[in-house]
Ligand binder design. Structure first.
Ligand code: ACO
Length: 429
């Protein structure tokens, strides 16, 4: 780290009496609109107090002024074929008049140490700006796709779609929270990165719709798709905005979150969303790059899919993290890992897969390999990038971010670290 920590500040764990101060700092850092009672009632403060940390000016014995904040959620991160405890870094903010004095450096140092101390082998985040977190060993580990589709965009058929029933209703947190959580979980089965909300407050926010979020649109609606037995198989939370032009109605439909447990349900859901009266376009939420919609659309060119970085992953405990996922092919490799911040990771690690499981994937044991010549040398940032199976080690090697002693070692490792299901988290935390 090149920035030295500024003197005159100290870290403190948040207490209930200072939550408002904490929130005010983040609001200033993110230029948030003023809160009102409706917003506060619908959108609770979701960071657990014992995971929220502030930086205050050092005022001797008395309390100082809070000028920087961060927190984390206790998530379970789905990995390729497994899952690991994960500190979801969030609410990072420094007051504009205290920025670039090393406060983020100081907070990340505390975050890494505290997360490791809690036994979380991995941390993940959404980056407000992509230039910030690589220096701390976070690697960009997934992308998502967004598209704006014309009304009536054609879909290829899926058997069974027409048998499913659809309901269009106003989003009601009390009525829909459980449905959204259940279908979301079923839809993400086997998908790396598909983080569940994991707390009442975050589940509540998933179905919140305070007026401040509406931007002149209607109250959020929910489209649900059910099978013959009445079980929910898909949902989409959407908002239309009245728009009248010379040629008539041109309402845009904005999908906040959509999830479908199978292809028939996905087909039924998007068929409805693409054929709503008065509308002209449908903008998707954050989709995995292999979302069923991309395979169902007859024309994927006209919507001009836009690719954006999604989860960033930081391995805090390299052997535990690497043993916490499965591998797509057998592998015996020595990884030379560089980690400037967490010396426990820095060095050579041998990763050896075992027998293939029933699904054809492989578990692995990971042990120190001090003195062994690495087959691949890489920074912990690149290991984080490859961790969820969404970035190829070979592609990273092609741009010099991974160094391979031999081409066959690179090929084998890139194949084993890859995964047939693309990682994504479809909501921002
Ligand atoms: C997971 C999340 O919550 S993401 C949210 C991040 N927060 C925001 O974007 C809100 C607005 N911005 C801020 O609050 C602050 O400017 C922060 C948090 C981004 C940075 O905090 P600071 O205390 O200024 O960072 P600090 O002084 O420790 O510098 C950290 C390093 O990151 C760099 N850096 C900071 N912000 C940025 C940025 N937006 N883009 C690129 N580099 C950045 C600094 O130049 C410095 O580089 P160095 O390691 O070469 O010295």
């Amino acid at each position: 780290m090149t920035t030295t920590t500024a003197a005159g500040y100290r870290l403190l764990e948040l207490t209930a009496d200072r939550v408002e101060e904490f929130r005010a700092v983040d609001a200033m850092a993110f230029a948030e609109p003023a809160r009102d009672a409706a917003l506060d009632a619908d959108v609770p403060f979701a960071v657990p107090l014992d995971r929220a940390v502030a930086v205050e000016t050092d005022a001797g014995d008395g309390p100082g002024e809070i000028v920087a904040v961060h927190g984390s959620y206790a998530f379970t991160l789905p990995t390729p074929g497994g899952e690991v405890p994960c500190a979801g870094l969030t609410w990072v903010g420094v007051r504009p008049d205290h920025r670039r004095r090393g406060l983020l450096h100081r907070m990340i140092r505390a975050h890494l140490d505290r997360s490791l101390g809690r036994g979380e082998p991995v941390s993940a985040l959404f980056a407000a700006e992509p230039g910030i977190y690589g220096r701390f060993g976070y690697g960009s580990a997934a992308d998502h796709v967004r598209m704006t589709l014309p009304r009536g965009a054609a879909l290829r058929d899926v058997p069974g779609s027409a048998d499913l029933t659809v309901r269009f209703a106003t989003l009601d947190p009390a009525a829909h929270e459980g449905l959204v959580d259940d279908v979301y979980s079923a839809a993400g089965e086997g998908r790396p990165g598909w983080i569940r909300r994991g707390s009442d407050a975050l589940r509540r926010i998933a179905v919140a719709d305070p007026p401040a979020w509406r931007n002149g649109g209607e109250p959020a609606r929910i489209v649900t798709v059910r099978d013959a037995g009445g079980d929910a198989r898909a949902f989409a939370i959407v908002r239309r905005t009245q728009t009248w032009a010379d040629g008539g109605a041109e309402y845009p439909v904005q999908v906040r979150l959509a999830a479908a447990a199978d292809a028939a349900a996905a087909h039924r859901l998007w068929s409805v969303l693409l054929d709503l009266d008065l509308t002209s376009t449908v903008t998707t939420g954050m989709l995995p790059v292999d979302d069923p919609l991309l395979a169902l659309l007859v024309d994927t060119r006209r919507p001009v899919p836009k690719l954006t970085d999604n989860l960033w992953v930081r391995l805090l405990d390299v052997p535990a993290a690497l043993a916490g996922r499965r591998y797509a092919a057998p592998l015996d490799v020595v990884l030379g890992v560089r980690d400037a911040l967490l010396p426990g990771n820095d060095g050579a690690w041998r990763l050896v897969t075992g027998e293939a499981g029933a699904d054809g994937t492989y578990g692995a044991r990971v042990e120190p390999a001090a003195g062994a010549e690495p087959d691949l040398a890489l920074d912990v940032r690149e290991l984080g990038a490859a961790y969820l199976g969404g970035r190829s080690l070979a592609a990273l090697a092609a741009v010099g971010q991974v160094t391979a002693a031999r081409p066959d070692a690179l090929h084998r490792a890139a194949t084993a670290f890859g995964w047939p299901v693309a990682p994504v988290c479809p909501w921002v935390f």
